[in-house]
Each structure stands twice: as structure tokens, then as C-alpha cells.
Design a protein around this ligand. Structure first.
Ligand code: GAP
Length: 458
């Protein structure tokens, strides 16, 4: 990651240009929530679309699902999230802020993570208390570490004491496991096959931070691939390879900003786990998790629900519970990565500018159309006709912009990553040509209006 990109610059750009706003901002904010503005929504749509195409369109045996956010509370008891899904909380005795003990330890170079037991992390924390400073007040005075469950609770449908506790889903994967039989029974899929879904997840994060990286309400894109146990290790390696290629080849992320990291401690459901990490401005951190979950989840749901989760191998007649290979990535972390990877500052025509060098596929706006002057009706009418025409013929958002002088319009479009800007000027009225200006080089080319769509597509 170059020195140029800082999280503060990304946050400021997102606010200034309408990508992302702090949640409940007019009421002083609500920690761990962010709202996507007009260009954030477009980028979000491209992220989900690229992921869906790479999984469901490019594979014949992956089914899509959209399961409920609310489920029976038993789902989370069966999955182990009620008893084993926690982060280590430690409170500063001086300023009373809540911190994650593993993050505080990491900040002084001690390896720790949320998968350690409460006793293990207390032991490490006690051994290092003298060096661990509160990031808010600077004091070195913390209480004991306690495991804090991450599931957010709700009261939907709870009217009387004793009603079953309700949770907001902590991962979308559980919705997939509880529907796996339904998908099999629909008759179009058999093992090996995958189920993919995109949706909101909620976690009671102790200290949500780093902008879109750690939110309390976030969105996941998860795919669970069901295989015969004998094929699981091979399939796991195949998915690892495919998912890394997806980022470099399909999203255009710089190779040097991505790497693999194996988990030192495994979460309760995993047999093996690797993360694809991205080098965010605050350091290398998890973008996507690739987990080999074995038969843990299906076995647990079989035990708790009484529904048989096994399948029969048609050739050998062997009855078995499939093993699961999971790919899980956050929409928000993907968006943050795309913004950081594309962010650049340079000089054009003697003026400093900020530019998002997003791939045309991911750019929120594909093309912007300008009349040179907004007070010349003949220019506006011609530009409007071109705008309406290419809007119909191009895939993606085409934007009309007649606000301010041309230089200002280019700067604004550069900041949201628009790859091409078309200007209708006085020459257009004479010979029906327009200029196309390239975002990255600033070069302008004159082309016939009749050829615009094919030039833009190429
Ligand atoms: N189903 C497996 C699972 O949920 P995870 O590693 O806890 O595994 C998967 O989460 C992905 O979800 C992460 O790699 C990250 O991209 C995203 N994610 C997790 N917690 C998040 C948070 N608090 N804010 C934003 N994204 C988050």
C-alpha cells in the first residue's frame, strides 16, 4: 500500500462524493453502522453482481438462496454460536472504554486472537498488562478479560417471559445449512454442489472500527460447497486458487496487495482455515475466509432438528453427511479494498487531483455526458439526445452533469472513478462529433456521435 492512501482520505472522499455516510449522523452517529449514498449503492451493486456471476453464472452447480435474517433461536444453539461465538472484552479502569484484548495485545506485538479461550487470553493479558496502553486515554489499567458473545439479540415475536430468545443472524451461512435439504429436494442439484447467498449479518462487535472494515451491521457474500468427505481437501485447494484469481483477474486488485494467511487457532466449526488478506491502509487484514468446515454444521442441525442431513451415493449406495468448503467475504470489506486499491493522487494540467482508478466494470458511473455550456440550449439539446441514446444502449450508469465549468466536472468524475467523459461542444453542432476524455491519461479523442457506443464498449 502506498503512503498516499490513508484511511482518513478514503473516509473524507466517501463523504464528500456520496459513497458512504456515518450511520445516524444527524444524531451524533451510531457506532458500527454506515449508510451507502448514491455512488456507494452503485459500487455495492457491482460488487454483488461480480461475485454472483463468478459463482452462480460461472458454475453449473451453484444455487442461489435468500434466507431470512430472523430464524428460530435453535439455529444458533445448534450452530454453536450461542455458546462459542465471542470476542475477548477488556474495560479500561481509567476511562471506562471497552476494548478487544486480542487487538490490544497485537498492538504491542503479542499474538493473540478471538479463538483463544477466556483462560488462555487472560493468562497472556496478565503477563503483558504492564505494556498494554489504552488507545483512548493512554493509561495501563485494565480489568479482567471476559468473553463477550457476538450475537445480537432481538425481540421479534417475543411477547411473554419464557419465549424462545431470538437472534439476528451472525453469519448468512446458517441460512444455507437449514435450507440445504430444500435445495436438494428441489431436484436440480446433487453432491457436489454449492449454495450461495448475499445478505446482512449482525455482530455485537466490542469496538467497531476502521470504517467499513468492522461494522456491527454488515453484508456477507457466502458460498457453502457440499462434497463427499474424500474430495473435501482437493476441493478446498481448488476453491482457494479460484477465489484468489477472482480478486486479481476479475476485480483488478493489485497482486502485491493480496496474500494468504493460515489461521493459527481454528474457530469451533473449522478443520482448516485460510484468509485472503488485503493490505489496507491500517495493515494486512482479513478480506475473505476460506474454511473447511467438515460435517460440523450439518451434523449439528441433524442432532438439534431431528432431520436427516445425509445423502446416498448413487453408485456405491453409501450414506454420508457431506463435508462443507466455505468461501465467505464481506461486501463492505470488498468495497473498502476497491476504494483503497483505486485511490491515487496526481497532477493533471498543472492541477493536483484525486482519482479513483477503478476498473470500468466496477466504476459506479460508466460514462458522464456534459454539454460544454449549460446556458446554450442548442448544446444542451444535442447533449441530452446523446445522453438518452447511450443510456439505452450501454450497460451500467450513464450520468448527466452540467454543473460548474468543465474542469470542475472532470475533477468530480475523476473522484468517483468515471472512466470516460463525453463533451458536446460547438463543433458537435457542425460535424456531429464529440470528445471522449480518458480518466487516467486526461487525453481527449474526437469521435463521431454515431460511433460513440461501440467506442465506449471497446
Ligand atoms: N461464515 C463464516 C464467517 O462468518 P468470518 O471470518 O467471521 O466467517 C467472514 O466472516 C467475512 O465476513 C470476513 O472475511 C469479512 O469479510 C466479513 N466480516 C466479518 N465480520 C465483519 C464485520 N464486523 N464488519 C464487516 N465485515 C465483516
Amino acid at each position: 500500500m502506498t503512503e498516499v492512501v490513508t484511511l482518513d482520505k478514503i473516509v473524507a472522499l466517501c463523504k464528500r462524493r456520496g459513497f458512504v455516510f456515518p450511520g445516524s449522523e444527524i444524531y451524533g452517529g451510531f457506532a458500527g453502522t454506515y449508510d451507502y449514498g448514491p455512488f456507494g449503492v452503485e459500487l455495492h451493486r457491482h460488487v454483488v453482481d461480480a461475485w454472483t456471476r463468478a459463482l452462480e453464472w460461472d458454475h453449473d452447480n451453484i444455487a442461489l438462496l435468500d434466507s431470512s435474517i430472523f430464524t428460530s433461536g435453535k439455529v444458533w444453539e445448534a450452530s454453536g454460536h450461542v455458546s462459542g461465538f465471542s470476542d475477548p472484552l477488556v474495560v479500561c479502569n481509567a476511562c471506562h472504554t471497552k476494548q478487544r484484548a486480542d487487538h490490544l495485545l497485537e498492538s504491542v506485538g503479542i499474538t493473540a486472537d478471538e479463538k483463544m479461550t477466556e483462560a488462555q487470553i487472560n493468562e497472556i493479558f496478565d503477563a503483558n498488562r504492564v505494556t498494554v496502553k489504552c488507545p483512548v486515554c493512554g493509561k495501563k489499567d485494565f480489568g479482567k478479560v471476559s468473553a463477550k458473545n457476538l450475537l445480537a439479540t432481538a425481540s421479534l415475536g417475543m411477547f411473554e417471559e419464557g419465549d424462545e430468545q431470538v437472534y439476528l443472524r451472525g453469519e448468512t451461512a446458517q441460512g444455507i445449512y437449514i435450507n440445504y435439504k430444500n435445495i436438494l429436494d428441489s431436484g436440480y442439484f446433487s453432491v457436489p454442489f454449492g449454495i450461495a447467498q448475499v445478505g446482512k449479518a449482525f455482530r455485537n462487535e466490542i469496538s467497531p472500527r476502521q470504517f467499513l472494515f468492522r461494522k456491527r451491521e454488515f453484508e456477507q457474500m457466502e458460498m457453502q460447497y457440499f462434497v463427499h468427505p474424500r474430495d473435501a481437501e482437493r476441493v478446498y485447494e481448488e476453491w482457494k486458487k479460484e477465489r484468489m484469481e477472482y480478486y486479481t483477474e476479475q476485480l483488478g486488485i493489485k497482486k502485491e496487495n493480496l496474500r494468504w494467511k493460515q489461521h493459527d487457532n481454528l474457530v469451533f466449526y473449522a478443520k482448516n482455515a485460510w484468509d485472503i488478506q488485503y493490505e489496507y491502509p491500517f495493515g494486512w487484514n482479513e478480506l475473505e475466509g476460506l474454511h473447511y468446515r467438515g460435517d460440523y454444521d450439518l451434523t449439528q442441525h441433524q442432532k438439534f432438528s431431528g432431520v436427516d442431513m445425509s445423502v446416498v451415493d448413487e453408485e456405491t449406495k453409501e450414506k454420508y453427511i457431506p463435508h462443507v468448503v466455505e468461501s465467505s467475504v464481506g461486501v463492505d470489506r470488498t468495497i473498502l479494498m476497491l476504494l483503497c486499491d483505486a485511490y491515487a493522487e496526481d497532477e493533471m494540467n498543472g492541477e493536483k487531483r484525486v482519482v479513483l482508478r477503478l476498473s470500468p466494470r466496477m466504476a459506479p458511473v460508466r460514462v458522464a455526458v456534459f454539454p460544454l455550456l449549460k446556458n446554450k440550449p442548442e448544446l444542451v439539446a444535442k447533449a441530452r439526445a446523446i445522453y438518452v441514446d447511450i443510456k439505452k444502449k450501454l450497460d451500467g450508469k450513464v450520468m448527466w452533469d452540467d454543473n460548474g465549468n468543465i474542469g470542475k466536472r472532470y475533477r468530480r468524475q475523476d473522484e468517483i472513478g468515471t472512466p470516460a467523459c463525453i463533451t458536446v461542444d460547438f463543433q458537435t453542432l457542425e460535424d456531429d462529433t464529440v470528445t471522449i476524455r480518458d480518466r487516467d491519461t486526461g487525453e481527449q479523442e474526437r469521435v463521431a456521435a454515431s460511433e460513440l457506443v461501440s467506442v465506449l464498449k471497446s
